[in-house]
Design a protein around this ligand. Structure first.
Ligand code: GRF
Length: 219
C-alpha cells in the first residue's frame, strides 16, 4: 500500500512511519510527504529517509486541496495519513478520500477534539487519556475509530509531560493502525471499523493503582 503523509511540523509520527516502513515485512511504503509549511522539521526527516517530499502553501484552502489531490494521485497513493497536519481540509478533498484517509489525535476521541487536547484532559481531571487513529470525516477530529492507546495521567503532570507520554504511544499506535488497513483487514460498517483477526487486551488498568501498588510519599 502506498502512503501519502501530510505534515505541518515536527514530524515525529512521520518518523515512526518511516521506521516501520523500513522493515521489508511491513505492508506499506511512503510514496510522498506533503507539508503545508516550508519550515516543517518533518521535511528533513523525509529527506533523510530518501522519501519524495514537497511543500504546498495553504493560503487558499481549495487551492491547497486541488494541488495535494493531484500530487497524491500522481504518486499512486492509496491511503493518506495526516500526521500533525494542522490545517482544516477542504470538504471536497475529505470526501474524495473518504475511507482512504486517517488521522492521529492525542486524546481518546470523542473526548477532547480540537486544539490542545492534552491541556483539555488535564483541565478535566481525567485519570487516563491517550491517542486515537480514525478515518477522517469533514468535521474536525471525527470519523470511525480504528485504534486507540490509553495513557495514564500521573500526579503532577503538566501539559509537556502528558504530551510526551501520549506521543510515545502515538509512535507505536499509528504504524499498527496503518498496518491493519494495509493488510486489508479493516471495513467500515455503520460508521464503525470492523477489524479481521482483532485481539483486544484482557486487562483493565486502574488509576489510582490498587493499594499494594501505591507509592508512599517519602520523608
Ligand atoms: C501529534 O501529537 C499528533 O497526534 C497531533 O499533532 C502532533 C504531531 O506531532 N495531530 P508530530 O509532528 O508527528 O511530531
Amino acid at each position: 500500500m502506498r502512503l501519502g503523509v501530510l505534515i505541518s511540523g515536527r514530524g515525529s509520527n512521520l518518523q515512526a512511519m518511516i521506521a516501520a516502513c523500513a522493515d521489508p515485512a511491513y505492508p506499506a511504503e511512503i510514496a510522498l510527504v506533503i507539508s503545508n509549511r516550508a519550515d516543517a522539521a518533518g521535511l528533513a526527516r523525509a529527506a533523510a529517509g530518501g522519501i519524495p517530499a514537497m511543500v504546498i502553501p495553504d493560503q487558499d484552502r481549495r487551492e491547497f486541496a486541488q494541488q495535494a489531490d493531484a500530487r497524491l494521485r500522481a504518486a499512486g497513493v492509496d491511503l493518506v495519513c495526516l500526521a500533525g497536519f494542522m490545517r482544516i481540509l477542504d470538504t471536497a478533498f475529505v470526501n474524495a478520500w473518504r475511507d482512504r484517509m486517517v488521522n492521529i489525535h492525542p486524546s481518546l476521541l470523542p473526548a477532547f477534539p480540537g486544539l490542545h487536547p492534552q491541556r483539555q484532559a488535564l483541565a478535566a481531571g481525567v485519570r487516563f487519556s491517550g491517542c486515537t487513529v480514525h478515518f477522517v470525516r469533514p468535521e474536525v477530529d471525527t470519523g470511525p475509530i480504528l485504534a486507540q492507546a490509553v495513557v495514564p495521567v500521573h500526579p503532577g503532570d503538566d501539559e509537556e509531560r502528558l504530551s510526551a507520554r501520549i506521543l510515545a504511544a502515538e509512535h507505536r499506535l499509528y504504524p499498527l493502525a496503518v498496518r491493519l488497513v494495509a493488510e486489508g483487514r479493516t471495513r467500515i460498517v455503520d460508521d464503525r471499523v470492523e477489524i479481521d483477526g482483532w485481539r483486544a487486551p484482557e486487562l483493565a488498568a486502574l488509576n489510582p493503582a490498587p493499594p499494594d501498588m501505591l507509592v508512599r510519599p517519602s520523608g
